[in-house]
Design a protein around this ligand. Structure first.
Ligand SMILES: Cc1cc2nc3c(=O)[nH]c(=O)nc-3n(C[C@H](O)[C@H](O)[C@H](O)COP(=O)(O)OP(=O)(O)OC[C@H]3O[C@@H](n4cnc5c(N)ncnc54)[C@H](O)[C@@H]3O)c2cc1C
Ligand SMILES: NC(=O)c1ccc[n+]([C@@H]2O[C@H](COP(=O)([O-])OP(=O)(O)OC[C@H]3O[C@@H](n4cnc5c(N)ncnc54)[C@H](OP(=O)(O)O)[C@@H]3O)[C@@H](O)[C@H]2O)c1
Length: 824
């Protein structure tokens, strides 16, 4: 016989600092306090958990105690049969003045060992094979016979309230899987992966409403005799018994004492981190840092503005001196490191993004993973939930990073939607992997416990699975192979999942409310702002003869025009309103698809005398440019086409002042229609500072690709020595024109271009610009000169240029670099 007395173990500590409310939401009632005690048997780690609640009703106070059996995760009970006898309303009481926090062993609670022996003898004599009623029979036996040795414990000459419940075997309740408790972050048992089964509930009422009486009833001790009957294929071959004295403890007082003890023990060791606290702390730090950055950049800008006239342009000797001072080599190394971080990483024939994105993304992933793990011990379900919670905690920042109009991150870091969107992709992957872990761990758990089929159709797991499926869809359609196949599939699924994810997550896990509401609110505000900033205009669409380019001239409302003039190199999002769509039927897919089409085009020029802006669109295979071609070919001279325009956008609005003292040389490189970005910047610099050290290189496949220039710019650009034009296609073919339309003006321009081509290229037929030579010539110009390099063209051109410029960066040269690209 075993009836070693177990101390009542303080629940507050072992229940993992779980709050009583969290427990209540999914088990039963509302528990004011809880208690936990280990059942000390050799068989398995079993525990008793008790939760007490108190309610007042019309002058009556009701105290309800609920008792749960804690068993190891997925415990195989075999043929084990066991009963638990609850001796309610006994005289057992732990010594001490503070009934709420008192704890101890059954011996300390004045439970006589002779009484326990007598009770165990009765239990041992039970014919357990009597089926479901066996434990009930033991109850009858106890109630009908109060052993002499137990009179003290009963307090009267008969047991007032003894209940015997089956805990293993016929009639025993099923475990409440901790997965049922998905809305709670905590599970009132230690280790956390243990299961709980609801065994017994007991209620006492009193009309004595004094606090003292309530305390006595609330914090009373219940002796529980747990008896296991031996079975060949069970947890134990022999009869075993255990008396446990269980009460709840005042969690706030006990918790403080335990934490104090822990603090002393750990002596500064890292405390267990409660994830929401940690996340809140990080959010706080990030917010404060962001505000500081914001304030700093604002002050810096202000002071720069105020000092513009007093900054002396540092000449070569000054720069040389700067380079040679103590910090010189360090700043050169720092520049080189920043450049290295900005390099694209190609692996297995795929571009994985910039090195910095991969490094910082990995570091952030490691940090998030550590938040998932810290404090979860060996608790499988706790860890599983953490993956989900940490993933969801990243949603607000993930949504912020995707915003176009109202993007605080872009504003703080003086970047653009395109700039911060890179980080959106990085964080998206991290969130996705965390959600994969969350789903995989849960599915594994359901599978291992044999409840997969049942659980995945329950509402909470089903919503989780829905959210996860959405994430899989979102990440799959974002793969470049799908995006390139159909940008619409990517765009529409992204939009639907982005809008649906927050509500689904909200119902899946209520405590994610803060994150999902924040994310959705930001997203909707941004959409609303974008909608209000979109204007519809009557544009003229003209095909450029001999090319597949379309020139779009669209008047801008006068109140908006200054924003378009301010920043050369910005772009707009073009959409097609209902009246300009190919299918007039509002219900046809061909019509509706345009609701999801917002394509970016660079503002090639803004007319100085009117409010017209010009866009140059290369006709490709997609629905937008195909429709633009249809509209352009279908419209006769003077006919207007209704288009919707939203913008301007782009980091060109945050570029440094190229006409100031910051740069000595500026290299602008364009490939094909990429000149729509480069040319406005070139023209702006020339208009502000005609003597600036600028070189513009423009490679076009055919002469007609360069004939879209505004009339005033056309001649001057072609005659400008600072502009190097390269015709890379067959010149004769170019001159004959490949497009469907032709005209006198075009031929004139082609003629002019061919003369220029001759001037720059000895090979009349085909020649790309020698980017290495161009770069070297500029950097050799002055060893101390600071160079800005901007490129907009095919990916290969930008990569090549970056490689050549990188050589000079590694030599310590100061370079400001920008690659405007629309492929990712
Ligand atoms: C900032 C920027 C400026 C651009 N400026 C010009 C320009 O001046 N002239 C020009 O001819 N082309 C420009 N482009 C490219 C142009 O947007 C695409 O060629 C055009 O949208 C293709 O439309 P489509 O109907 O043929 O194909 P779609 O199937 O609609 O799109 C094809 C590709 O265009 C890009 N794209 C489409 N919509 C978006 C969007 N909402 N956001 C980001 N990328 C998108 C994607 O890479 C996509 O794979 C620019 C792209 C970007 C990102
Ligand atoms: N704001 C923006 O983001 C924006 C706007 C518009 C365009 N773009 C970019 O511009 C690109 C051009 O579009 P497009 O269709 O007009 O191009 P295109 O007709 O293919 O013309 C590109 C020109 O660049 C040359 N070229 C390509 N790679 C080169 C290299 N490594 N070195 C030197 N010259 C090189 C080509 O020469 P070959 O004939 O020998 O190939 C060709 O003359 C797009 O891919 C896009 O990335 C960006």
């Amino acid at each position: 016989m075993r009836y070693s007395f177990l101390e009542t173990v303080t629940l507050a500590a072992l229940a993992g600092l779980s709050s009583a409310q969290e427990l209540s939401s999914t088990i039963v009632g509302t528990f004011g306090d809880i208690g936990l005690a280990r059942i000390d048997t050799a068989i398995e780690e079993l525990s008793w958990v008790r939760g007490n609640s108190i309610t007042d009703d019309e002058g009556e106070r009701r105290i309800t105690s609920s008792f749960y059996l804690g068993t190891p995760f997925g415990l195989d009970r075999g043929d084990t049969r066991a009963c638990a006898a609850f001796f309610h309303q006994s005289t057992a009481r732990f010594p001490g003045d503070h009934v709420d926090t008192a704890q101890g062993s059954c011996a300390q609670a004045s439970v006589d060992s002779a009484c326990i022996d007598a009770l165990v003898t009765r239990a041992r004599d039970l014919r357990i094979e009597d089926g479901e009623d066996a434990c009930e029979k033991l109850q009858e036996d106890f109630l009908g016979n109060l052993d002499r040795e137990c009179r003290g414990l009963a307090g009267t000459d008969r047991w007032e309230s003894v209940r015997v419940r089956p805990i293993f075997g016929p009639g025993a309740p099923d475990v409440i899987l901790s997965s049922d408790n998905l809305t709670s972050n905590c599970w009132p048992i230690e280790p956390k992966e243990h299961d709980l089964a609801f065994i017994e509930s007991h209620e006492v009422t009193t009309r004595n409403l004094t606090a003292e009486r309530a305390n006595d009833l609330f914090y009373n001790v219940t002796p529980i005799l747990t008896v296991f009957y031996g079975a060949e294929n069970g947890l134990t071959a022999n009869f075993l018994s255990q008396m446990t004295c269980l009460k709840v403890v005042n969690s706030s007082v006990a918790l403080e004492a335990i934490l104090e003890e822990q603090r002393e023990e750990e002596e500064g060791a890292a405390p267990a981190i409660h994830v929401s606290g940690a996340t809140a702390a990080i959010t706080g730090v990030v917010t404060v840092l962001s505000l500081l950055l914001l304030a700093g950049s604002f002050l810096a800008r202000r002071s720069r503005r105020h000092h513009t006239y007093y900054v002396a342009v540092p000449g070569s000797p000054v720069l040389k001196q700067q380079r040679q001072n103590a910090l010189g080599p360090w700043s050169a190394t720092a520049r080189s490191a920043v450049w290295w971080l900005g390099d694209e990483v190609a692996f297995l024939g795929r571009n994985w993004g910039q090195r910095g994105e991969l490094i910082f993304g990995s570091l952030w992933a490691v940090w998030l993973l550590s938040l998932c793990v810290i404090g979860t011990g060996n608790d499988y379900l706790h860890l599983t939930k953490r993956f989900g919670i940490v993933a969801v905690s990243q949603l607000p920042i993930q949504y912020v990073l995707a915003l176009k109009k109202f993007n605080p991150v872009a504003f703080i870091f003086r970047s653009s939607h395109e700039g911060v969107n890179r980080w959106h992709r990085v964080l998206g992957r991290v969130i996705y992997y965390l959600m994969c872990l969350h789903a995989a761990f849960y599915l594994n758990y359901f599978y291992q416990t044999g409840i997969l089929g049942r659980r995945i159709i329950d509402i909470v797991p089903a919503l989780g699975l829905t959210a996860f499926t959405g994430m899989v869809l979102l990440n799959t359609t974002a793969l470049s192979i799908i995006r390139r196949y159909s940008y619409r599939i990517f765009f529409v699924s992204h939009l639907i999942v982005a809008l649906a994810l927050p509500p689904v997550l909200f119902f899946h896990h209520r405590s994610s409310t803060f994150y999902v509401v924040e994310a959705l609110a930001l997203f909707i505000i941004d959409l609303a702002l974008r909608k209000t900033d979109t204007f519809t205009t009557d544009a003229s669409l003209v095909p450029i003869p001999g090319s597949n380019l379309i020139k779009i001239v669209a008047p801008v409302p006068p109140r908006k025009i200054s924003r378009f003039r301010e920043s050369p190199g910005t772009h707009i999002y073009l959409s097609i309103p209902a009246s300009s769509r190919p299918s007039p039927s509002a219900v046809s897919a061909a019509h509706y698809i345009f609701e999801f089409m917002f394509n970016p085009f660079t503002i090639a020029s803004v007319d100085q005398h009117s409010t017209d802006l010009t866009l140059i669109a290369r006709c490709r295979n997609g629905p937008m440019t195909q429709n633009l071609t249809r509209l352009a070919n279908g419209s006769t001279a003077g006919t207007k086409v209704t288009l919707s325009i939203e913008g301007p956008y782009g980091c060109a609005a945050r570029f440094p002042n190229f006409t100031g003292p910051q740069f000595d040389q500026i290299l602008l490189v364009a490939g094909g229609v990429g000149a729509s970005f480069v040319l406005p910047i070139y023209r702006f610099i020339m208009s502000e500072k005609p003597g600036a050290g600028v070189t513009m290189v423009w490679a076009v496949r055919s002469a007609s690709d360069a004939t879209w220039l505004p009339e005033d710019a056309s001649r001057s650009i072609l005659e400008d020595e600072k502009v190097q034009l390269y015709l890379t296609g067959d010149i004769l073919e170019s001159m004959s024109g490949t497009g469907t339309l032709g005209g006198g003006d075009t031929e004139l321009e082609m003629d002019h271009l061919s003369q220029r081509q001759h001037k720059y290229s000895p090979d009349r037929n085909r020649r790309r610009p020698d980017l290495r030579k161009i770069v070297d010539d500029i950097f050799k110009h002055g060893v101390e000169e600071r160079v800005a390099v901007l490129v907009c063209g095919p990916e290969g051109m930008a990569h090549e240029l970056r490689r050549y410029v990188g050589t000079w960066v590694r030599k310590g040269r100061k370079v400001w670099w920008h690659n405007e690209s629309f492929s990712w």
